[in-house]
Design a protein around this ligand. Structure first.
Ligand code: NAI
Length: 213
C-alpha cells in the first residue's frame, strides 16, 4: 500500500465517513452498492467517491459496484483499525468523563486503560469500572504499560505540561481537547478536537441562510 503515502489529507478526512456508512450497510446486510447509491447515502458525489477510493487501489467493478465487506475491510486497514490502541484519559472533568463513558470507541479498537486526574475528590472514583488514578502516578503507570494514545482533557494552563509528561514517557498519539496548540517532537501525532470550531461554522451558515431569506 505504497500509494497511501501520497494521499491528501482531504481524502483521509473523508475516510471515517465512508467507514461509518459502510459499517451501517453491513449491519443492514447490504452486500454491494454502486457509487451512485453510496453517493446518495453519504452526500459526496459519485465521481468524488470513485476518485477517493481509486487512491487506494482498484475497488469496484463496472456494472457491479462495490463489494461492501471488501471495501469496509480495506478502509478499516487504511485507517489502521485492524489493531488495538491502548488509551488513557487525563482530566476526568466534564469532557473526560463524557469520553470515558462512551463505550463505542472500544468497539472500534480503542481500549481505555486508565483515567488520571489531579483532584483528590475524583481520585478513587470509578467510571465504567475504571478507577480514576492520581496524576502523580501517571509516570510510573506509563513505565509499566504501553499506551498509544493520551486523551487530553485538562484545562488549557496545564495542557502542555501534561502533554510533555505523556510524550516523555513514550505516548505517540495525543487526542487534544484543550484549546491550545501543543508543541511536540516530530514523531508524535496530535489530533485536536475543537467543538467550538464546528459551532462557529454553524453560526456562520445560519446567518448566511437568514440573510438570503
Ligand atoms: P473540567 O474543569 O470539568 O475538567 C478538567 C479536569 O482536569 C478536572 O477534573 C481537573 O481536576 C483536571 N486537571 C486539572 N489539571 C490537571 C492536571 N495537571 N493533571 C490531571 N488532571 C488535571 O473541564 P472540562 O469542561 O472537562 O474541559 C476540559 C478541557 O477541555 C479544557 O481545556 C476546556 O477548555 C476544554 N474544552 C474543549 C472543548 C472542545 O471542543 N475541545 C469543549 C469544552 C471544553
Amino acid at each position: 500500500m505504497d500509494k497511501k503515502k501520497n494521499i491528501s489529507m482531504a481524502v483521509i478526512k473523508r475516510l471515517p465517513k465512508y467507514h461509518r456508512y459502510l459499517s451501517e450497510l453491513l449491519r443492514n446486510d447490504v452486500d454491494r452498492i454502486s457509487s451512485k447509491e453510496l453517493s446518495e447515502k453519504i452526500g459526496f458525489t459519485a465521481s468524488q467517491i470513485r476518485q477517493d477510493l481509486n487512491c487506494f487501489g482498484d475497488f469496484g467493478q463496472q456494472g457491479y459496484g462495490y463489494n461492501v465487506r471488501e471495501l469496509y475491510n480495506q478502509i478499516s486497514t487504511i485507517l489502521g483499525l485492524t489493531r488495538e490502541y491502548s488509551t488513557i484519559i487525563i482530566g476526568a472533568g466534564n469532557i473526560g468523563q463524557a469520553i470515558a463513558n462512551y463505550n463505542k470507541f472500544e468497539k472500534l479498537g480503542f481500549t481505555l486503560k486508565g483515567i488520571f486526574d489531579a483532584n483528590p475528590k475524583l481520585v478513587g472514583m470509578k467510571i465504567r469500572d475504571i478507577e480514576i488514578k492520581d496524576i502523580d502516578d501517571l509516570e510510573e503507570f506509563l513505565k509499566g504499560s504501553h499506551i498509544d494514545i493520551g486523551v487530553l482533557c485538562v484545562p488549557k494552563v496545564n495542557a502542555q505540561k501534561t502533554c510533555n509528561l505523556l510524550v516523555n514517557n513514550g505516548v505517540k498519539g495525543i487526542w487534544n481537547f484543550a484549546p491550545v496548540d501543543l508543541s511536540v517532537p516530530e514523531d508524535v501525532i496530535i489530533e485536536n478536537v475543537h467543538l467550538s470550531d464546528s459551532l462557529l461554522t454553524l453560526a456562520y451558515l445560519l446567518n448566511e441562510v437568514e440573510e438570503e431569506e
